[in-house]
Design a protein around this ligand. Structure first.
Ligand code: DLZ
Ligand code: SF4
Length: 509
């Protein structure tokens, strides 16, 4: 071969630009399963299985299209154990003179490849709508960025959900306020589609079982698309059965309903099995056919062309120093129950339990339950970021880090979002049916059975008062705090101290 194109486990798309450059007649595509990628965090076993199985399916699909694919399996003799290692090895074996690669999703890997001594031709990742450079231009030298501003620009640029005169359909850009209905009692999400475990996936599951049984999370329930065709089935199921209700219940949570009306396509999208432009076009078409209301269509498109592109832009703009930020100076290690789900807090047990079972929780579970708790409890940003990166099937550093460090933990001091998403148990009670089946009492803030979120919420606001009280979006809560009588404030502080001391002693709450 004259040239090698390296395709990573989250780049499984036929329309990568390097495929336009390479010549199937003489060049080779290299894909490799390696220990380094499988172990840089303790990935959920289903995440490893998803990526290996999807990689093997994609390699077969490329071969069918006439590409010469060198596919290195984890157990192959000679596997050097890392992507730079495999690239060097195959450059030598094939006497290749050029290597081509698409921009990585993670700074860590991109750096390792840049440093490995092979001269590389980099291709932009055109699976995203906003390039790294375009984002940097938009951001300019502002100290704070706001998603809403970016999002409007993206709507205008893509033309999605616009009137003929360029104004937003329905008159407003953002219908977030119509995405927050509580779930009516008894309403359930549609029955989820199932996916066949074929011979390739079966072999991968056996490999993962034998090699990664020390990782947290259950492999048994693996039921996720590993091909483009199956990913489209998952997507079509969402369009047909969930999208219409997605808008209303985007923020709702319920016991025994891990998916509700969420698409759970994020993992398939992030590894390249779905195309963001197609998804947006399908959602807009469903709206224009009057199959779904505007709050559903806009809410979904906002997540894709707004948040998703925005966090990626921030990641590449601010790495590598972003990962070190810790605006609140948090040092507390991650409580053990994040890895086991063994806690009496029902909301936490549900969110963590389904995460270990499925490698999935939806955004409000991640933001307002496990994330909110980590924020209130003062967990070290690196520890909680590593947890999210490990346990979710869709988690890659470009999307996980800004969401966790910036949005959840406010550890970037408000660069990404204008206020910390701190909330007491009352928010969780409003948005879920968890509290009714919890040992703790959501209506109480002090006393041994009081919901831990309540006192921790006030403790968080008290201990970071200097930092936060001038934030206009927190003015009301600080006024409430000041209007409390001193004895109550003191009791909240002491209850908060007690809860934090129990965490420090390694107790589960
Ligand atoms: C996440 C992951 C895992 C578990 N294994 C591999 C692998 O063996 N080979 C590979 O090419 N990619 C893998 N990945 C995805 C990479 O970690 C991902 O490409 C980078 O983290 C982001 O660019
Ligand atoms: Fe969670 Fe508190 Fe509700 Fe229990 S009472 S489910 S801990 S919010």
């Amino acid at each position: 071969a004259r040239r090698i194109g390296l395709v990573l486990g989250d780049q499984l798309s036929f329309d990568l630009s390097l495929f336009d450059t390479l010549d199937p007649g003489q060049d080779a595509v290299l894909m490799a399963e390696v220990e380094a990628e499988a172990r840089y965090v303790v990935h959920h076993p289903q995440k490893i299985a998803l990526i290996f199985s999807a990689m093997r399916h994609f390699a077969d699909a490329l071969r069918q299209r006439g590409w010469r694919v060198i596919y290195v399996r984890l157990d192959d003799a000679g596997n050097s154990g890392s992507l730079p290692g495999e690239l060097q090895r195959w450059m030598a074996i094939l006497e290749a003179r050029e290597a081509h690669i698409t921009e990585c999703g993670e700074w860590r890997l991109e750096q390792a490849l840049k440093d490995c001594g092979v001269s590389l031709t980099w291709h932009p990742d055109r699976r995203f709508l906003c390039s790294r450079e375009a984002f940097a231009r938009w951001a300019g030298d502002r100290n704070h960025l706001r998603m809403e501003h970016f999002y409007r620009g993206m709507r205008k640029r893509t033309g999605l959900l616009l009137e003929a005169d360029g104004s937003p359909l329905g008159g407003t850009w953002n219908l977030d306020a119509d995405n927050r209905k509580a779930l009516p009692r008894g309403l359930r999400g549609p029955f989820p589609p199932r996916f066949e475990i074929d011979a390739i996936t079966r072999e991968v599951l056996a490999l993962v079982r034998s090699r990664f049984s020390d990782h947290y999370g259950r492999l048994e329930a693996f039921d996720y698309p590993v091909t483009h065709a199956d990913a489209r089935l998952l997507w079509q199921h969402f369009l047909d059965f969930s999208l219409a209700a997605f808008g209303d219940y985007q923020d709702a949570m319920a016991i025994g309903e891990p998916f509700l009306f969420h698409a759970r396509i994020s993992a398939a999208l992030n590894i390249g099995l779905l195309d963001v432009r197609q998804l947006c076009a399908d959602v807009e078409a469903a709206y224009r056919r009057k199959q779904v209301p505007l709050n559903a269509a806009e809410g979904f498109i906002r997540q894709l062309i707004g948040w998703r592109e925005y966090v990626r832009g921030i990641y590449w703009l601010r790495m590598p120093e972003y990962v070190e930020l810790n605006a609140f100076g948090n040092q507390r290690p991650l409580p053990e129950f994040y890895w086991t789900g063994a806690t009496d807090m029902r909301c936490m047990a549900e969110a963590i339990g389904q995460t270990l079972e499925l490698g999935y929780a939806h955004h409000i579970q991640r933001l307002m339950v496990t994330g909110n708790f980590a924020l209130l409890a003062g967990i070290a940003p690196k520890a909680i970021c590593e947890w999210y990166l490990a346990v979710y099937l869709d988690a890659f550093d470009w999307v996980e880090l800004p969401n966790t460090l910036g949005m959840v933990m406010h550890a970037d001091g408000g660069y990404l979002g204008s206020k910390p998403y701190c909330a007491s148990g009352r928010y969780i009670q409003r948005m879920s049916n968890y509290c009714a089946q919890c040992r703790y009492r959501v209506g109480e803030a002090t006393g041994p059975l009081a919901c831990p979120f309540n006192a921790l919420y006030w403790h968080f606001l008290m201990r970071h008062r200097e930092h936060l009280e001038d934030n206009p979006r927190l003015a009301l809560v600080y006024r409430n705090l000041l209007n409390m009588d001193e004895a109550h404030r003191q009791a909240l502080w002491l209850r908060g101290e007690e809860l934090l001391a129990r965490l420090d002693a390694g107790e589960a709450l």
